[in-house]
Design a binder for this molecule. Sequence first.
Ligand code: ZN
Length: 255
Amino acid sequence: MLKKAAVLVMSCGALMVGCGSEPVDEQAEIVSNLVEAGFPESDIQIFDKKVYVGLDAEVDLEASREMLGAGADSEEQYRTKNLVGTSVTKICINPTSAFNSYSRLSEGLDLAIENYNAQGLRLTFARGPTTGCTANIAARTTSGVGGSAGFPKGGKPYNAINIGTGLQNYSADVNEHVITHEIGHTIGFRHSDYYDRSISCGSGGDEGQSNVGAIHIPGTPTTATVGGSVMNSCFRSTESGEWSSSDRTALGVLY
Ligand SMILES: [Zn+2]
């Protein structure tokens, strides 16, 4: 089992506010907001001055404040309270030149975009640079095997995905899987096994049932299985990169 964000775990332990350096006050508020929104402290990590929940989803100050907004009944495919608004119709994903220099990552991005566009959603995705974009996501590289991203805020998708260059050593399908997964976070998907990461990771616990941050998507199972969702926390080297049937249901409900 491959952890999506091994690189995030090694440096700073849980809740080590100030483990980076300067924006300590901002980090502290984000952490405090997340705790108030229901995330357990053990699942909040700080790495490179950024705050993450569930190991690979970055949360900034604005998003953490939005999570404290109007309460929604939550239960345990799962989404954040924040989604992409109807003013967004075409999301352009703009790879850096470094990203483009990794052939498997580049191929995976094309395949991930196809995954979304094949579903006939109200959102369409395009590889940038291009025109007519109503929202933009930067596709960047990071170290390691895995990726990270963040959740929507202000009606827009999160503005970046970070993909590990170690994935160059994996199949195009695995790259497709990881990039599809990280794009999923940017439009509001939480992990399908967020309540028990050991389902896909072999170890790990509950990322936290936020009172506003893990809303069950109608028509999808509340239980996760290995290989049952692109949005499982950890992935296998055998991933096909394709949606599961419940992934498709979840996408259709949200978008
Ligand atoms: Zn994830």
